[in-house]
Every structure is written in C-alpha cells, then in structure tokens.
Design a protein around this ligand. Structure first.
Ligand SMILES: Cc1cc2nc3c(=O)[nH]c(=O)nc-3n(C[C@H](O)[C@H](O)[C@H](O)COP(=O)(O)OP(=O)(O)OC[C@H]3O[C@@H](n4cnc5c(N)ncnc54)[C@H](O)[C@@H]3O)c2cc1C
Length: 389
C-alpha cells in the first residue's frame, strides 16, 4: 500500500489516485495544507498499482530530438482576449484551436477563493475559465482517467498543467498517443492552502467583510505592473502590487512552498511536455511597445508535436523566433527548480502558534515593503546621477 516516507518525493500529481482500480485513494490536505494521497486502507486489495505509477519511482523522460527546444515569443492577436490571460495568451490560442478541431482541453479552474481543480472542457464556453494563472496547487482529480478515455476514443486532447502534473499524466498513460498534446506552465512552486486560508480569515476579520473573488494577476495597470486583486462581498475591490501583497510576497519568497517544489526535477531542460509556457519578462521586441503592455508569452517548443501545434495556430497567435540565451535568462525556472527559503521551518513553527500576519511580518524579507522599495529606487537614482556626472 502507498506510504509516503519523504514528502519531498510526492508532488501530489494524482497519478496514484487515477491508477487505483478500486478508486479508494483521494488527495487530502496535510497539516501544512498540501495535497497528499490518502488510501481507504480497509478496501485496499494490495495490487500496488498506486506505487508503480508514481513518477518518482520512474526515470524522468528525456527522449527528445536534438532539434529541440526551440524558443518563441508570442502574443494573442485579439487585444480584448489579452486582458483575460496572465501573459501573452499562448495557452488560449492552443485551447481555441483544439476546440475548433473537435478536441478536448484539460486545465485548471478556480472553483472559489480557496479551491483550484482540473477539469475537462469540450466547447468554447468550457475553456473560458481555464485562462489565467491560479497560484495554488490544482487538484487533478480523475482527469487522467478521463483523458485516457478521450485518447482511446480517438479525440484530440490538449492537457495542460504544471510539469509534475504532466509527468504524472505521462506515467499514468504509460505510452505515447499521437492525439495527445501536453502543455505545461513554468512553475516556481505552489503555496500552502492552509496558509492562504488563514491569511484570508485574518484579512476578512481585519476588513470585517468576506473575500469573494481573487485575481492573482490583474492587468488593468498593464502586464508589467500586474496586480493582486481582491474583491469583497460588498463589491469593494483592493489592488496591490503582487510583490508587495502580504500573502503573495510570502509565496514568492518561498516561505511556504510545497516540500517537493524545492527539489523539483521537472523544472529543467529537456522539459517534460510538448510545449512549455512562461512570461517573457525580458522581451523587448514588437509585442512590447509603449502602447502595448498586454503581455508576452515565452513558448518553448520541446517536440515535433509541439512544433506542429504552434504551426496550426497563426489565426490566433502572432509569434516570432527568439534566442535561447535570452529565453533562459528571462525565465530562471525553465531550467532551475525553485529554492526553498531556509526560514520555512521557523515560519511554519510561528504560523501554527500565531497565524499568518504575525509570522509573515517576522519572516518576510524587506523586499515586499513599500518604504524599502521606495528607498531602493531613490538610492539607484542618486547612484545614476553620480555616475553620469
Ligand atoms: C503555480 C504557477 C507558477 C508559475 N510560475 C511561473 C514562473 O515562475 N515564471 C513564469 O514565467 N511563469 C510562471 N507561471 C506561468 C505563467 O503565469 C502563465 O501561466 C503562463 O505564461 C501561461 O500564460 P498564458 O497567458 O498563455 O495563459 P493563461 O491563460 O494565463 O494560463 C492558463 C493556463 O495555466 C494553467 N494553470 C493555471 N493555474 C494553474 C495551476 N494552479 N496549476 C496548473 N495549471 C494551471 C491553465 O490550465 C492553463 O493551461 C506559473 C503559473 C502557475 C500556475
């Protein structure tokens, strides 16, 4: 029976719950707030399929053609659609193409302010809420089983998720399907659900109203100035720069990443999916001008299937070749796993005693502090003046 000895080697991808013939495994949160498989022991038939399917028990797939990866910068043609995606919208272009070809798309949706899960979509209405990055771990539920059925029935399938989820799907399928396209988002780690819930409760108490919606990266002030947007039950809205938002800053600083993220073996080249998507922050070409701060996708094409899919979507996406060196320097986590903050254990110790606000203020580095950032900008300006004189 499945036993997790070292939590660093479980990504919560969901391969085991899909492989179980009795369907007696579910993903449940541990005390830190991360999803792990839990088996209904009395019903277990000791078939060991849950253990065998675990991607960590297998070699990581590396069978790629020397022609790849190829890197591209891309942006949706529709400016209106660009406001509804996190970066340049490459995923939305692929998803629309697959649906218009009669295929099926799988991806992450936000059920409410606390829950993200994977779902199957077969039409344009169904793919709308797959858009946008949701910075929590998505529960893949039984989507690997559903995707297998679709593949066996000859449907074209686009499955999107983080690298560990794609590795879980591949391990579960255990063979290549010509009709399967995989698309992963570059990931710098997922935060603890418990920490989020505690933050939300404390924030709601402070404001004396409930949070009813959350947009992790609102673009109303532009892609470069993306903001964390919280909507309350009375309709009021709060915007904060993502790096300064008290919860998001703790996440970005790695105070409460999932243990497996700090040793992630999928955040490296060659990537596991046919296509890898990221934000192209260092891009300075025609998709990013004074009048165009809508977002640019960095697209890593990792296989010939990925190349075929990119070739098929010019109606939806403008794209151009970009240099590997610039791509890798722009997106550290394309070829480096995130690093766990050494303060993580003491953060959790305080978190269990005092809750979020108090522990975050103690453990967060000054980088999220507005005054500190303002002082840093002033020092930089003064230095520039001295150098230029
Ligand atoms: C947890 C997380 C961490 C990320 N870290 C980085 C990073 O360090 N650097 C970087 O450049 N980009 C990162 N990204 C990716 C980036 O934010 C964009 O999602 C990506 O560039 C695709 O953007 P888009 O405009 O094409 O599509 P969008 O419409 O913005 O994204 C939608 C796609 O993201 C998937 N998705 C959204 N949330 C989740 C989730 N919780 N789990 C699995 N899949 C999800 C959807 O299924 C869909 O495929 C991260 C994304 C997530 C979800």
């Amino acid at each position: 029976m499945l036993t997790i000895i070292d939590k660093r080697f479980c990504t919560g991808c969901g391969a085991c719950i899909n492989a179980c013939p009795k369907k007696i495994i579910s993903l449940q949160e541990d005390e830190e707030g991360f999803l792990y498989p839990k088996v209904e022991e009395s019903k277990c038939i000791d078939c060991h399929l849950c253990e065998k399917v675990c991607p960590y028990k297998k070699e990581r797939r590396t069978n790629y053609n020397a022609d790849y990866p190829q890197f591209y910068a891309g942006q949706l043609k529709s400016k209106q659609d660009l406001t509804l995606v996190s970066s340049g919208g490459a995923f939305w272009a692929f998803a629309q193409y697959i649906i218009s070809s009669g295929g099926v798309v799988y991806g992450a949706v936000q059920e409410n302010v606390d829950n993200i899960y994977h779902k199957r979509a077969t039409d344009f209405a169904g793919i709308q809420d797959l858009r946008r990055s949701k910075y929590f771990q998505s529960n893949t539920k039984y989507t690997f089983c559903q995707a297998k059925e679709d593949l066996k029935n000859g449907k074209i399938v686009l499955f999107s998720g983080t690298g560990c989820q794609i590795a879980g799907l591949q391990s579960y399928l255990n063979k290549d399907y010509n009709n399967l396209y995989t698309c992963e988002v570059v990931c710098h780690g997922v935060p603890s659900n418990n920490v989020w819930k505690k933050y939300r409760e404390e924030k709601e108490r402070l404001e004396n109203k409930k949070i009813v919606d959350l947009v992790f990266r609102d673009k109303s002030k532009g892609w470069s100035n993306n903001q964390y947007k919280i909507t309350y039950e009375d309709g009021s809205v709060e915007y904060e720069k993502s790096t300064q938002q008290l919860f998001h800053a703790g996440y970005l600083q790695g105070l409460f990443y999932r243990p497996s993220c700090g040793i992630c073996r999928y955040a490296s080249l060659p990537r596991v999916a046919d296509i890898t998507l990221a934000d192209y922050w260092q891009y300075k070409g025609r998709f990013r001008t004074q009048d165009n701060d809508f977002g640019v996708s960095l697209i890593s094409i990792n296989t010939s299937k990925g190349a075929k899919l990119l070739n098929d979507i010019p109606d939806y996406l403008d794209y151009e070749v970009t240099e590997k060196k610039l791509a890798l320097s722009s997106c550290r986590h394309l070829d480096n796993h995130p690093t766990e903050n050494p303060k993580r254990p003491s953060f959790f110790e305080d978190f269990f005693k005092y809750g979020y606000f108090k522990s975050a203020k103690k453990h967060l580095s000054k980088e999220h502090n507005k005054l500190f950032l303002f002082a840093k900008r002033v020092v930089k300006k003064v230095k520039n003046i001295i150098v230029n004189e």
